[in-house]
Design a binder for this molecule. Structure first.
Ligand code: ADP
Ligand code: MG
Length: 245
């Protein structure tokens, strides 16, 4: 099939996935428009990380997984990465003994050409000036927020069309998280990179996302624009345990 599945950039339907120990996702339906920041909210253990692993080909899946009208390869993370999907896993996955710049270079592994790689390193430093100052430092010696910047910067090195961020705020102070989300928003606006932002911190995430979906025990139980979800205080309380406004 060609074309775009009704204009939906990422199309997930009846997605089932899990582990040997048991199924975690029970028929997830999710549509993400190109250029959107899509938040996936939900409590610990809901299956948010599993959903990102399913998208990027790390685990066995059943159901529809389509990007820009083409089926995503199953169980072949490198092939998914080559299609422009970059995954920033939980816990960041930076290489602590390597320098900031070496970590960024690792993100360019799907691409060739020294000049373009150098230009992309500069582009990442443009978004994260502090990383330029720390370019020769071991990533492991940076603050948590800076390490998250390295992880996101490394993902940007592949010039992704879709970036999957798994709880980037984990362990960061609210102000640091806010700064990070601002940069993600800037990247999204300047490069039209589609972003799936998995978070437990609903309040702050809803400030930056365009749309949000709440995942509970492997099912999407609520979807709407970030504005709608923020404005509906009862909904926010019921599903997210937050008071809004
Ligand atoms: N590698 C794994 N092997 C087996 N079970 C797992 C694995 N990773 C997660 N799980 C289980 O899957 C469920 C959902 O986990 P996860 O996707 O990490 O949720 P979330 O990211 O929303 O906190 C949990 O019950 C968790 O114990
Ligand atoms: Mg998780």
């Amino acid at each position: 099939m060609t074309g775009r599945d009704d204009g939906t950039f990422l199309n997930v339907a009846r997605l089932h996935a899990g582990y040997r120990a048991g199924r975690v996702l029970h028929g997830v339906d999710l549509g993400v428009a190109e250029g959107e920041i899509c938040a996936i909210l939900g409590p610990n253990g809901a299956g948010k990380t599993t959903l990102l692993r399913a998208l990027c080909g790390m685990i066995r899946t059943e159901g529809v997984l389509r990007l820009a009208g083409a089926d995503l390869p199953r169980r072949r993370p490198e092939a998914v990465a080559r299609l422009g999907v970059a995954h920033v896993p939980e816990g960041r996955g930076t290489f602590a003994p390597l320098t900031v710049e070496e970590n960024l270079r690792l993100g360019a592994y799907t691409r060739r050409g020294r000049t373009r790689i150098a230009a992309d390193i500069d582009r990442v430093y443009g978004y994260f000036p502090v990383l330029k100052e720390r370019r020769a430092q071991a990533a492991g010696s940076l603050s948590g927020g800076e390490q998250q910047m390295v992880a996101i910067g490394r993902a940007l090195m592949s010039r992704p069309r879709l970036i999957l961020l798994d709880e980037p705020s984990l362990g960061l102070a609210p102000l640091v998280t806010r700064e990070l989300f601002h940069i993600v928003k800037t990247v999204n606006e300047e490069e039209r990179t589609t972003v799936i932002l998995v978070e437990q911190n609903a309040h702050l995430t809803l400030e930056f996302a365009h749309r949000a979906h709440v995942l509970e025990t492997g099912r999407i139980v609520l979807s709407g624009s970030a504005q709608e979800i923020r404005d509906d205080e009862q909904t926010a309380r019921a599903y997210l345990g937050i008071g809004v406004g």
